[in-house]
Ligand binder design. Structure first.
Ligand code: 3HC
Length: 714
């Protein structure tokens, strides 16, 4: 239950934000807070106020849910709370512990003094929601730490430790003891003996805005124009960043009051902007991921040690991921060469983190030591979770599962990192199918944030609970997928690449197709992506599926025959040149275009004039249609799960919210109509999903479609 806790200690009133779980400053909570502040204001005996938070944190900021509702004249927001503090004659001290984010930090910035415990994390993450700090944060931070440092802090949006916040000048001190008691003592000291202490600090709003230490005010236009140049364009995900820079410019050029008004106008513009709506959708979609409708509650099993079978690229990436999360891991492989390479990769990765200042030498050494390599399967006997990452071949994996079942302790979870194979088939090789699951990491496993958790027919609730808890510990966005070919992500990418190849067969240059998708916001196009993951991999999957996933011609087969396997052989759909950049820049290759033309002629595919809109629609709507099928078939739980998979695993631009959100954005009925046209023009691969048809008929949206859970409860 939301409440504002109030207690007095002499002339000091301690006001504790208590709005579980994260002390969000919702409209209704702000009204409560204003009442408490009003009461303190009216009592002459209260001379200073210490603001703090319950539930292990100061505050996570404004309530993001409120941004979708229209404020009324009665609505009270963080801005009102902050204005009340600003206009009070009393002293305010912020006693920070845990997270102090967004509007929470803006609240603290309004206080005269800020102390934080060492474990506190402070940040203005609004940019990640396509917003800017809209309760005076942009204006106060510039006055406190200078425009340059403030821009860096707010454009990144990540939180910093209390120690770093003190270095930056965001807080006044890091307190070792009880931060509330120390703030109370400080307040009393100042009140009792004003001359012995530094005079009461001025409000931040009264400070003069600066650019940075030792930088003259004349540099302001340069700093602002450089910042605009450094962020992506408005269309490419930089919409909020440019507005944020405008707000900082206002802080430098205008009075505090005018700057505040400008910030508020920019904030209101962003709240209604399409990129912010998309990013807020992703924020909530991510928090929905572990909620599995109908799953009996189960406690996650402890994971104290992990095992990995296979020391290849995938296996070593997974091992590093475990080590980074503080879980010791043993990697089993009999190939000495692979082990040596993996050992070097692991050490190199931790040393790189030392170079980047993320780890100390000692930490890096300890983490590297927590990964051990062996050819002895018996060393897996005490592991709580074992992930196999061997060659993508069902026979090979079956054998691994039989051996794992024999060696692993009872109750250990056996996971496959397969990207396409049947988890139930592997579970059937064991005496413990309830402990078998898919944990599909993405390359490079230690960097990519996505993890697909694949539920086998017999995976137990406890196994699922353990997998989700593990996903959180490994700092992955863990998405549940049903056990079907390609799960969610790869199943969708096959359709996406199918359309890219089909367009190339119709005479569109691969470089042009890639350019259109990059213009949409993907970091790379479908052909560069295929080259990166390896054409041999695509060919292997296509052969084992026995169907032409990548096109109607023999282009893929011929490229692989010609040892054009992608980036790793410096030639695939594109060419690569080691002397150009890092050798990863795709260079269009007329030979490949000629190959497409020749193969298309033989297959009787006539060249067509295709505009950029068609290229974009065919690729994106292929994703939407497949996504709708995955929902219909129950492979994916929610449209938001699909969006998370595609944004975090395949580079879908977050400011478009993922493929399903994008369909909503432009109208599901429009998407459906276009898919029907494509089906007539190009064939049955475009048959629309019945869920899509149903939503289109009602002029509905994926976001407005009830989830399985809501249907159960209805
Ligand atoms: N508004 C509304 N709900 C929020 C919220 C917020 N700011 N922050 C967290 N929540 C909710 C989550 O949706 C989740 O709800 P659920 O239990 O129903 O799923 C619950 O709180 C717990 O959140 P997490 O699962 O994320 O808990 P963690 O402990 O893993 O993380 C956190 C806590 C670091 C605070 C993380 O939730 C977070 O980063 N929150 C967002 C912080 C943020 O972006 N603040 C800026 C808000 S915008 C703003 O302040 C505008 C101002 O400038 C005017």
């Amino acid at each position: 239950m939301a409440q504002v806790q109030v207690r007095d200690d002499g002339p000091v009133r301690v006001i504790t934000l208590d709005n579980p779980p994260v002390n969000a400053l919702s409209f209704t909570y702000c009204a409560q807070l204003l009442d408490a502040l009003g009461a303190a204001e009216g009592e002459a005996s209260v001379e200073a106020i210490v603001l703090t938070g319950a539930n292990g944190l100061f505050s996570a900021g404004a309530d993001v849910n409120d941004f979708n509702s229209e404020p009324t004249p009665e609505t009270r927001t963080v801005r009102d709370v902050i204005a009340a503090i600003e206009h009070s004659e009393k002293a305010f001290l912020a006693a920070i512990d845990g997270n102090c984010l967004g509007g929470g930090l803006e609240l603290a910035l309004t206080c005269d003094y800020r102390s934080a415990t060492a474990r506190s994390k402070l940040g203005l993450p609004e940019i990640r929601l396509g917003l800017l700090p809209g309760a005076g944060g942009t204006q106060r931070l510039v006055r406190l730490i200078g425009a340059q440092a403030a821009l860096e802090f707010m454009l990144k949006g990540s939180s910093v430790s209390a120690e770093r916040a003190a270095q930056l000048g965001i807080i006044d001190e890091v307190t070792p003891g009880d931060v509330v008691e120390q703030s109370v003592a400080l307040a009393k000291g100042v009140l009792e003996h004003p001359s012995e202490h530094a005079p009461r600090k001025r409000r931040v709003s009264e400070l003069k805005a600066i650019i940075g230490k030792g930088i003259t005010a004349q540099a302001a236009p340069f700093v602002v124009s450089q910042a605009h140049k450094m962020v992506p364009s408005e269309e490419q995900g930089g919409f909020a960043a440019h507005k944020l820079i405008d707000a900082v410019q206002a802080a430098v050029e205008m009075s505090f009051a005018f700057g505040l008004a400008r910030e508020a106008r920019l904030f209101e513009e962003l709240v209604r902007s399409q990129p912010s709506l998309a990013l807020r959708h992703l924020f909530f979609a991510e928090r929905e991921l572990p909620k599995i409708p109908g799953l009996p509650a189960a406690e996650a099993l402890p994971v104290a040690k992990a095992g990995v079978v296979g020391a290849g690229t995938m296996g070593s990436g997974i091992a590093i991921t475990f080590a980074q999360a503080g879980i010791p891991v043993v990697v089993v492989d009999t190939n000495d060469e692979a082990v040596e390479k993996a050992r070097q990769t692991t050490m190199g990765m931790f040393m790189y983190q030392v170079q980047k200042g993320r780890l100390t030498q000692e930490e890096a050494w300890a983490r590297a030591q927590s990964v051990t390599f062996t050819d002895d399967w018996n060393e897996l006997a005490d592991a709580d979770v074992i992930v196999e990452a061997v060659f993508e071949e069902i026979g090979v994996k079956r054998e691994v599962f039989r051996r794992l079942d024999a060696v692993a302790k009872p109750g250990a979870i056996l996971a496959t990192n397969t990207s396409t194979l049947d988890v139930d088939d592997l579970a059937a090789q064991t005496q413990r199918p309830e402990f078998v699951i898919g944990l599909h990491f993405f390359v490079p496993a230690n960097i990519m944030p996505l993890l697909e958790i694949v539920r086998g027919a017999r995976s137990s609730p406890q196994t699922l609970a353990t997998a989700f808890a593990l996903g959180k510990r490994l700092r992955k966005k863990a998405v549940l997928s049903g056990n079907a070919f390609g799960f969610i992500g790869n199943r969708m990418v096959f359709d996406y690449v199918r359309e890219a190849v089909a367009l190339a067969e119709e005479g569109v240059a691969p470089a042009r197709i890639d350019r259109v998708m990059k213009d949409f916001g993907f970091p790379m196009g479908p052909f560069a992506m295929s080259d990166l993951s390896g054409l041999d991999v695509a060919w292997h999957i296509q052969k084992s599926r026995g169907e032409a996933a990548q096109g109607r011609t023999r282009v893929l087969e011929r490229l692989v025959e010609g040892k054009r396997l992608g980036q790793k052989t410096l030639a695939g759909y594109f060419k690569y040149d080691k002397s150009v950049g890092k050798g990863r820049e795709p260079i269009p290759d007329p030979e490949v275009e000629a190959l497409f033309a020749e193969e298309a002629r033989q297959a009787g595919i006539a060249p067509r004039e295709v505009d950029d809109d068609e290229i974009r629609d065919r690729l994106l709507f292929a994703l939407v249609n497949r996504g709708a099928y995955l929902l219909e078939e129950g492979i994916a739980l929610r449209p938001g799960d699909i969006d998370i998979v595609y944004v975090y695993g395949y580079g879908f631009p977050p400011h478009h919210g993922g493929p399903m959100w994008y369909a909503d954005e432009i109208g599901v009925d429009r998407v459906y109509a276009r898919i029907v046209e494509f089906a007539e023009q190009f064939g049955p691969q475009w048959t629309p999903s019945s869920l899509l048809a149903e939503i289109a008929e009602k002029h509905g949206s994926f976001a407005g479609t009830p989830t399985a859970e809501e249907l159960v409860n209805a």
